[in-house]
Write a protein that binds this ligand. Structure first.
Ligand code: SAH
Length: 306
């Protein structure tokens, strides 16, 4: 059938050292992966399977992955005709996923049937957008958000993906959350998740960039993008941040990237900077207030080099 013939995807399978898994999945997300799965492989390796639209330049992606994981990576390509379609694959993937606990407050589940007395349940199935809680940067942002959002706060989630951070803020009592994404497909997915989690009264999902943020100033702005994008956006974020507000910035690799973001925060008057690092990834929390007001025990202040 014609619509089935149209369903041709490219699949790339990458086997690489476990410590490189995050940068490989991030590279796949940057290239617009439609779905990604990570499994443990022998010898402390992982096997990452990612699907792409037929138009994606996977050769370019391959070069990039070889560059970031020098010497150790085995990459296979396949061009698939999937009679059952990618959506079936995503459904099966969601059925196999287990709910994950994040921070001390959240339980993120791919399916709606999960209940918890102790934790706030967010239903976020794996779809064609980034942010299901499985990536360390999303987790770090959620952990920061749970220490910062107070009832009545207004929040901007810049680059919302699935909407996960926006929904977390809403469930912590934020009175209004604006979730912005420049990718129309992410916007649709985030809207679906907001409806699924019955948060439509608090969270508004908007297609656009930071200039589309409709209700400045904000008590909290979260941006889990990449370091280069963040550096360019810091002045605009600070301009729409309430004086007592906080920035939560992630998608930043430790080392020079973190240093650049810290410098740009300081140049824009954000002097209280705390950081959380896990593996390669750093999340920075910046504000203008007394640092004891926002620091969580795991934070290490003002040392961008680790
Ligand atoms: N907030 C989610 C998703 C992060 S992925 C999480 O923490 O898991 C980053 C998202 O930001 C993508 O959906 C991408 O489309 C969007 N994005 C990247 N740069 C952007 C920009 N300058 N303005 C708006 N959205 C942006």
């Amino acid at each position: 059938m014609a619509d089935q013939l149209a369903k041709i995807y490219k699949r790339i399978e990458v086997t690489c050292p476990a410590r490189s898994a995050d940068i490989v999945t991030m590279a796949c997300h940057e290239m617009g992966t439609l779905g990604i799965e990570e499994n443990v492989a022998p010898k402390r390796r992982v096997r990452i399977v990612a699907y792409f639209d037929r138009g994606t330049n996977v050769a370019q992606l391959k070069k990039k992955i070889e560059r970031i994981t020098p010497g150790y990576t085995q990459i296979e390509f396949a061009i698939l005709e999937e009679p059952r379609g990618l959506d079936t694959w995503l459904e099966e993937f969601n059925r196999r996923q287990v709910p994950v606990e994040i921070g001390s407050r959240f339980l993120v589940s791919p399916v709606e049937s999960v209940r918890s007395e102790a934790r706030i349940v967010l239903v976020v199935p794996a779809e064609r957008a980034f942010g299901t809680g499985t990536h360390v940067t999303t987790r770090q942002c959620m952990e920061a958000i749970e220490t910062l959002v107070r009832p009545g706060h207004t929040v901007l989630d810049l680059g919302t993906g699935t909407g996960i951070l926006a929904m977390a803020a809403a469930r912590l009592g934020a009175s209004r959350v604006d979730a912005v994404d420049r990718d129309q497909e992410a916007v649709e997915i985030a809207r679906g998740n907001v409806a699924r989690n019955e948060l439509g009264r608090t969270v508004r999902v908007i297609h656009g960039d930071i200039t589309a943020a409709p209700h400045p100033p904000y008590d909290l702005i979260a941006a889990n993008l990449l370091a280069d994008a963040i550096v360019g956006l810091v002045p605009d974020m600070v301009a729409i941040l309430r004086r007592s507000g906080s920035l939560v910035l992630s998608g930043i690799l430790k080392g020079p990237q973190a240093t650049r973001v810290v410098r740009s925060l300081q140049q824009n008057g954000i002097w209280q900077i705390s950081r959380v690092r896990e593996g390669e990834w750093v999340t920075l929390v910046g504000d203008r207030r007394n640092p004891s007001a926002t620091r969580s025990p795991r934070d290490i202040p003002r040392d961008p080099n680790h």
